[in-house]
Design a protein around this ligand. Structure first.
Ligand code: KG4
Ligand code: ZN
Length: 332
């Protein structure tokens, strides 16, 4: 008998639904919210209202694209947290109502664990144990992955996340939100000729807030000399900032590999879509004999396929939750 999981993701500004059959993705539909572009960041109340509008059409589309009937679904996996509470409430409430009406069990999923498990959406899967650099808009972690459900965070950011460093730099440069993909594109035609300091943080932890401040002061100084500095040097500024963010991330990843002796290395989360980071991982893999795992772009940024995959492994272990479940904005 086959197992069909409906995955639902609504932790930030994307509403997504996915159908997974026996571990294989049949559909992965995402409604992006353009409304936040105007504000230079995600506005929680706007996000939660957009989720309410999008969730039924997105789930409906995922079911139709997968070519199944809703009665075929065996369980509903949903993001319980971490994320924006108003956004999470929409997904969790929908999952509860839908599970109740179909008479099927629910599976709660940790958003960051799902980013890691996105690697199991397609072959080849990483072998256990592996290290996963999980870099998103809200988190920056090095995760020691022991099994599908057993993970240990061995390094994390002490302040801003890597995605936040991209987005806040974009704001200083007058770019739209989210700035990560825009900086990535502009950096491709730039020369990383500006030096930004590397933070001195002990162990496997990260810090990005100093970088943001140094970029701010750098721009102020340069704009005094040339009021058109940003416009004239946009590509080089983007290339320089991106190079520094990548070097900070890779330095800790190398250290983690050295300290644990693990050479099975993965990246995940929205920032793992960055072309420079993907290239840096491949270069380091060749240099240090790593077996590198880089997810397809559609599994890097927020998506419900990763929620369905995480749900599938919990389903196999029989780990379900009841109707009393509630979303958690900060979930360790
Ligand atoms: O995982 P994600 O979609 O959402 C969260 O869970 O936060 O990550 C979003 C983050 C944003 O900060 C966005 O700017 C960044 O990922 N991002 C990128 C790229 N694509 C998305 N950063 C750098 N380069 C990219 N190509
Ligand atoms: Zn995410």
């Amino acid at each position: 008998m086959s197992t069909i999981i409906l995955g639902i993701e609504s932790s930030c500004d994307d509403t997504s639904a996915s159908i997974l059959k026996d571990g294989k993705i049949l559909s992965n539909c995402i409604a992006n919210q353009d409304a936040h572009r105007l504000y230079g960041g995600v506005v929680p109340e706007v996000a939660s209202r957009a989720h309410q509008k999008n969730i039924i059409p997105v789930v409906d589309l995922a079911i139709r694209q997968a070519g199944i009937n809703k009665q075929d679904i065996d369980a509903i996996a949903f993001t319980k947290g971490p994320g924006l509470i108003g956004s999470l409430i929409v997904g969790v409430s929908f999952a509860k109502a839908y599970a109740l009406s179909l008479g099927i069990p629910m599976i709660e999923v940790h958003h960051m664990q799902a980013h890691v498990l996105a690697h199991f959406a397609e072959q080849p899967h990483p072998a256990f144990p592996f290290l996963c650099l999980t870099v998103s808009g809200g988190h920056t972690q090095i995760v020691l992955v022991k099994s599908h459900l057993e993970m240990e965070v061995i390094g994390h950011t002490l302040d801003d996340a890597a995605g936040e460093a991209f987005d806040k730099t974009g704001k200083l440069l007058g770019l739209d939100y989210p700035a990560g993909p825009i900086i990535d594109r502009l950096a491709q035609d730039g020369n990383a000729r500006f030096e930004f300091p590397e933070p001195k943080i002990q162990g496997l932890n990260f810090s990005f807030s100093g970088l943001k401040t140094s970029i701010l002061y750098f721009l102020k100084e340069e704009l005094k000399k040339d009021p058109h500095f940003i416009k004239n040097s946009m590509n080089d500024i983007c290339a320089s900032v991106q190079a520094r963010i990548i070097s900070i991330l890779m330095a800790k990843l190398k250290r983690a590999s050295r300290e644990t002796g693990i050479k099975e290395i993965a990246i995940a989360g929205g920032v793992s879509a960055n072309s420079g980071l993907r290239k840096a991982l491949q270069e380091n893999a060749a240099r240090f004999g790593w077996n590198a795992h880089i997810p397809k772009i559609e599994y890097c940024t927020d998506n419900a396929a990763m929620i369905a995959v995480a749900g599938y492994y919990k389903f196999l272990e029989g780990v379900f939750v009841g109707q009393e479940v509630a979303p958690v904005a900060r979930w360790k």
